[in-house]
Design a protein around this ligand. Structure first.
Ligand SMILES: Cc1cc2nc3c(=O)[nH]c(=O)nc-3n(C[C@H](O)[C@H](O)[C@H](O)COP(=O)(O)O)c2cc1C
Length: 405
């Protein structure tokens, strides 16, 4: 017999005009299927497959608002020419009964994109570009107000394109150390103008970007933000700041918040937990300098955090107690039992990345009565290295030699 929590999880739910068939979201997990920034049929199939497996909403990861908002060259960026490719994704997901969200992002100060159209990447303040140093882009610059204005407009244009392409929702990436997260974080934001200093000021760009996206898509089209509970680095934002960020976004009319943590360039394993796949990251790296750097400094720079089921639960409860809007729990969801716990704790949706990379049929299996379902993903995190292989992100645990396939 299906209990109330499982029934709540698996029943249709409405979010700002969208009816999703259940409360399970495939979290944005970079697919590695956009060579040169163009979505491929493999990307279409990747999300069709997730929808066929029963998720309510699948999220297309890291869609940069502009070519210069990419962390590296092979990331999708929003431009008119990819409209047909985007439409293929939304049509394929809808045909399987699912809904599709796009994660809108901008890399800000850290980038290893050698095709930048500007002399160096731009963030809140000029600083060392940890990710780009081995590609000859060691420094970033601070955005002028004109840069900020242009970037805000790019958020709006990108959102309008996604809506035209049939997408059902937009996730604004305000976490993981990307541009909007850099503005929020005192670690990266050293500005002395109205965009820096107090949290109120540091929220100015994220709020402006949200307003531009709302203006572009209108009311009744879900927009949620992925925010950091903690940057996972000394001097970054902590959960008390995150609660204020959530409250401000709620007062601005955002539809939901998804909670995560970590700073991609400084504490990447904070957001993942589990094994640090250094050997495999070196194996798939094409740049010789980067290979050497990873060999020499990888274990010092990339700190390890042990995996725990529901690893963000305690911090996420602080946000739950601070706001009334719908919340998406993310982080270490491994079983139906974990999803039921998230529901019981008052979260409205659950988002999963690795469990669904390992088994895209997870939700259908649960619907068919596998109540004891528990993923056998072992958090080896080799899927992180797989992002850089020709076939892109997938579970490669059982593949003998996946570096070149
Ligand atoms: C292969 C892989 C790629 C990822 N890429 C992204 C990304 O592009 N954007 C993002 O916000 N998070 C990304 N993440 C992080 C996930 O969204 C999620 O926050 C993290 O995996 C924890 O959730 P989980 O325990 O359900 O896997 C990625 C995770 C994995 C495993």
């Amino acid at each position: 017999m299906v209990d109330d929590l499982t029934s709540k999880l698996l029943s249709p739910v409405s979010l700002a005009g969208l009816t999703a068939r259940n409360r399970v979201i495939k979290a944005g997990a970079f697919e590695g299927m956009c060579p040169g920034g163009i979505p491929t049929d493999e990307l279409v199939e990747h999300h069709r497959r997730l929808a066929a497996g029963g998720v309510g909403i699948t999220t297309v990861a890291y869609c940069a608002v502009s070519a210069d908002g990419r962390t590296f060259e092979d990331q999708m960026y929003m431009h008119e020419e990819i409209l047909p490719g985007l439409r293929k994704i939304s049509e394929a997901v809808h045909a399987e009964g699912g809904a599709v969200a796009a994660q809108l992002g901008h890399c800000g100060y850290f980038s290893k994109n050698t095709e930048l159209t500007i002399p160096r990447p731009l963030g809140p303040s000029g600083r060392f570009n940890e990710l780009g140093v081995m590609r000859g882009i060691p420094f970033s610059g601070g955005m002028t107000k004109a840069d900020i204005g242009r970037t805000v407009r790019e958020y709006g244009t990108a959102a309008a394109l996604l809506k035209r392409a049939g997408f059902d929702a937009i996730e604004m990436h305000m976490g993981h150390g990307y541009l909007l997260s850099q503005f929020l974080s005192p670690l990266a934001n050293k500005r002395r103008d109205e965009y820096g200093g107090s949290l109120h000021n540091r929220l100015r760009l994220p709020v402006a970007a949200f307003r531009a996206v709302r203006e572009a898509v209108g009311e009744g089209f879900p927009i949620w933000a992925k925010i950091n509970l903690s940057d996972g680095v000394n001097g970054g934002i902590e959960v008390e700041d995150a609660a204020q960020v959530a409250q401000r976004l709620e007062s601005e009319g955002i539809d939901a918040i998804e909670m995560s943590g970590g700073f991609t360039s400084m504490s990447p394993m904070y957001l993942l937990r589990g094994d640090r796949p250094l050997t495999d990251m070196i194996g798939v790296e094409k740049n010789d300098f980067q290979k050497v750097a990873l060999r020499l400094f990888g274990s010092t720079i990339i700190k390890e955090y042990p995996f725990e089921e529901l690893f963000f639960l305690e911090q996420a409860k602080v946000i739950r107690d601070a706001v009334q809007l719908p919340l998406i729990y993310l982080g270490g969801v491994s079983s139906l039992e974990n999803m039921r716990t998230a529901m019981a704790e008052g979260f409205d949706f659950v988002a999963l990345a690795r469990a669904l990379i390992r088994d895209p049929d997870m939700i259908h299996k649960i619907e068919k009565g596998e109540c004891a379902y528990h993923t056998d993903c072992n958090h080896c995190n080799k899927c992180i290295a797989a992002m850089d292989t020709p076939s892109g992100t997938r579970c490669v645990r059982d593949e003998e030699d996946f570096y070149t396939s």
